[in-house]
Structures are given as C-alpha cells and as structure tokens.
Write a protein that binds this ligand. Structure first.
Ligand code: C2E
Ligand code: MG
Ligand code: MG
Length: 399
C-alpha cells in the first residue's frame, strides 16, 4: 500500500526504518534479524525459550505503536508476529520458518498481535493457511490453471465469450478452488502475480480463439489489491504491446466491495483502464454496498447480477423482482446485464423474458479447462425452452 501511494523509494526507506526498530529489540549479541521478502521479517534467537520470545514479540509490537515519520509523511504500521520454537515445534530450519509463518498468518487473521505455533493450526479446518507458502511457488512450478465458463447471448443463443477462473493444480491436494486461496493471495500481495498470470494466459487463449471467432471476449477478475495498484494500467499497456492483445476483447470484472474500499483511487484506475479500451464489469452486483451515485460515475460497461438472486429466481418471487429491477436499472444506465448462476431451464427462460442480455451458469456449462473451450463452442447449440412453462406469477413479471 505504501509503495502504491508514496512510491517505491519511500517504501524502501520505510523498510529500512522497520529493520532498525527490529534490530533495536534484538538485543542479544547472537540474535539475527533478516528480511524474508516483501514486508516480512524474521528473527532468529538462539537458545531462547517461548517466554523470552513472547516478551520480545510484545516489545516489538509496542515499538510499532509509534508511527514512523519520513520526510513529511507519517505512516502507521502494525505487526503480526508468529513464533515457533526448536525443538518443540520442529528441528529443521524449513519447518520452523513455515510454522512461524503459519502462526503469523493466524495472528493477522484473528488480529491477535502475537501467536505461538500450535499443531491445531496445521490441522485447523482452515487448511488454507498451510497452503500459503506453497502458493508462492505455484506459478514457477506451473501449477495454476485457467478454466473458462461460457457467456451466452440470451437473445440469440450465440457464444459471446467466457469468464476466466483460476484453479490451482496442487500435487497432493488436487484441483484447489479459488475460494481456498484467493483470500490469502489478497492478504499477501501474491494476488498481483496471480492476476498478471491470468491476464497473460487469457491474452494467449484469445489469440488462439480469435483465429476462428474474432468477436469472442474473455473476462478476468480483478481484486481490491489490483485496483489499488497504481502501476496496473502501465502493466496492462505492456501486455497489450508484448502480446498484441486487443483491449476491446478483454473485460475486467471488479466487485462492488473492491471499488468501495477506496472509491477515489478505484475510479482513477478504472478510468485509465477504460480509456485504454478495456471493458469493465461490476461482479456480484447486489451483495456489496456500492451506492448508485458511484455506479453512475464509474466507466463500466456491464453489470453482473449476483448468483444468490439467480439461484432461486424461478421459485422465489422476491428474487425474481430484484433481478427484474436490476436489469431495468442496468439498461437505464446503458449497461449490459449478465446473470450468473443459471442452473435451470426455467431460470434461463425467465431471464430471457425479462430482457437480460447474457447468461452464465451450470445450465450452460461448468467452468472447463481452457483447452476444451474451442471444441465446446463447436458443439454448442442454444437450449430449446419453448416447452418450459413458468408459473403465472413469474411470467406476469415479464409483461
Ligand atoms: P465470480 O467471479 O463471481 O465467478 C463465478 C463463480 O460462480 C465461479 O466459481 C463459477 O464456477 C461459479 N458458478 C458459475 N455458474 C454457476 C452455477 O450455475 N451454479 C453454481 N453453484 N456456481 C456457479 P469459482 O470458479 O469457484 O470462483 C469463485 C470466485 O473466486 C469468483 O467468483 C471470483 O470472485 C474468484 N476468482 C476466481 N478466479 C479468480 C481470479 O483469477 N482472480 C481473482 N481475483 N479472483 C478469482
Ligand atoms: Mg467474476
Ligand atoms: Mg460473480
């Protein structure tokens, strides 16, 4: 965050200040302070016990209660600290470091300040914690996979494109869904690497697809951290240049909450991306807190109705009404509307009747490996829903 707002040079100097404070707390002559990378530091304290380590961790926390001032800026910092002891928690350096890291993430997640490793962390239902250090190497080891889920025109039944969804092919755990690692990638900043990978991969897939179907578009999900990254538009420009990507064929999906985290900056980034030619979409619409005032100002092209309203819309009249109003709202603002989470022929038919533009959901297809998509398009025929009957309350909604 500091890098983004105050620049990398400032970020570097801040890290030096942090190192200084840490070194002051490591008072014994053979204590070692090291930087692991990013904003992560480690302290090795030979022949200390848990009590001593805890005492020092608390001193470090207090040391960071004082903001750091550099030039004219004052920055508030916080530290999440994890402790692992030898031999109680491991005897190998690797094990100790990753267990201290695990404890640190637990400390951050639950805002505990300091946390000592305990075996329950490793086995906690939230296995995602232990995936974290492995995630960092997932790109180098070629373990990320791009899946595509088709987007279809409700009016014509034609394939318009697909949404790119990441999967992690883990050597032991199999295919890990994004819900298990995206939140952690966001906390650690790894999300930028992941987003970069997704965009690059999507650009390559587009190049292959465009040989046969030049109008297809791919949508890629951006996270809050991506949006706050002031370098994002520059990075995107580089991809346009190096991969000869046509920005008109890529749509960037942003959730409402990502925008509302820092609307001012999100707006700036979005305006630059829009000016470069990228399509922009608001994902999971209806679940966040975006105010209509922002919706009006954002340079977006598309609105995706959250699946929670779509799942039951053919049975729940209130959901159906919300969907109808959202479609009207979007159209009145000149936006394209996509419904995701369409699982049944009835939902498809109702959305068609309500004038929704695009459909995405298991009723059409589940997300599939990128390599299968071209064949899938060839075999696709639009669903025949003439014989599907909607209950009268629902068909009346469309009148
Ligand atoms: P999303 O962007 O809203 O994506 C739609 C999710 O709904 C996908 O889950 C998709 O598989 C699922 N879905 C689509 N149609 C249906 C349906 O008919 N029924 C049901 N039950 N589910 C359906 P997935 O792939 O697990 O992704 C979950 C979320 O993870 C995404 O929600 C998105 O927020 C995030 N995500 C996925 N890939 C990426 C990525 O590359 N970068 C970022 N930042 N986030 C990603
Ligand atoms: Mg999405
Ligand atoms: Mg969504």
């Amino acid at each position: 965050h500091v890098n983004d707002v105050l620049g990398h040079r400032f970020g570097d100097r801040l890290l030096q200040e942090v190192a200084k404070r840490l070194t002051q707390e490591a008072r014994r002559s053979n204590d070692v302070v090291a930087r692991l990378g990013g904003d992560e530091f480690a302290m090795l304290m030979p022949s200390a016990d848990i009590a001593l380590a805890l005492g020092i961790a608390q001193r470090i926390q207090r040391a960071f209660e004082r903001p750091i001032s550099l030039d004219d800026h004052t920055v508030d910092l916080g530290a999440g600290i994890g402790i692992a002891c030898c031999p109680a928690h491991g005897v190998e350096a690797d094990t100790l470091v990753s267990r201290a890291e695990l404890a640190m993430y637990a400390a951050k997640q639950h805002q505990l300040g300091v946390k000592v490793y305990d075996a329950a962390l490793d086995m906690s239902s939230d296995e995602s914690l232990s995936l974290l250090s492995e995630l960092r190497t997932a790109v180098d080891r070629d373990q990320l996979r791009l899946y595509l889920q088709p987007k279809i025109s409700l009016a014509t039944g034609a394939v318009l494109g697909a949404e790119a969804l990441v999967r992690w092919q883990h050597p032991q755990r199999g295919l890990v869904p994004p819900g298990k690692f995206i939140p952690f990638a966001e906390q650690t900043g790894f999300i930028r690497v992941l987003t970069g990978w997704m965009i690059e991969r999507s650009a390559m897939v587009l190049r292959q697809l465009h040989a046969g179907a030049p109008a297809l578009k791919i949508s890629v999900n951006l996270s809050t951290r991506d949006l706050l990254d002031q370098d994002l538009p520059t990075k995107m420009q580089r991809l346009i240049d190096t991969l000869s990507l046509n920005p008109h064929s890529m749509c960037l999906e942003i959730t409402e909450s990502a925008i509302m985290d820092d609307p001012q900056r999100a707006l700036q980034t979005l305006e630059r991306l829009h000016a470069m030619g990228f399509k922009l979409s608001i994902d999971d619409f209806g679940t966040g807190y975006s105010s209509l005032a922002y919706l009006k100002r954002l340079p977006v092209d598309e609105l995706k109705i959250d699946q929670s309203f779509v799942f039951n819309m053919e049975r729940d009249l209130d959901d159906a009404k919300i969907v109808r109003s959202t479609i009207d709202l979007a159209h009145n603002l000149g936006l394209n509307v996509v419904a995701e989470g369409i699982e049944t022929a009835k939902a498809w038919k109702l959305l068609q009747a309500l004038g929704c533009d695009e459909a995405q959901g298991y009723f059409v297809a589940k997300p599939m490996p990128e390599a299968l998509f071209a064949d899938w398009i060839r075999d696709w025929t639009a669903p025949q829903v003439q014989a599907v009957r909607l209950d009268s309350d629902f068909s009346r909604l469309a009148l």
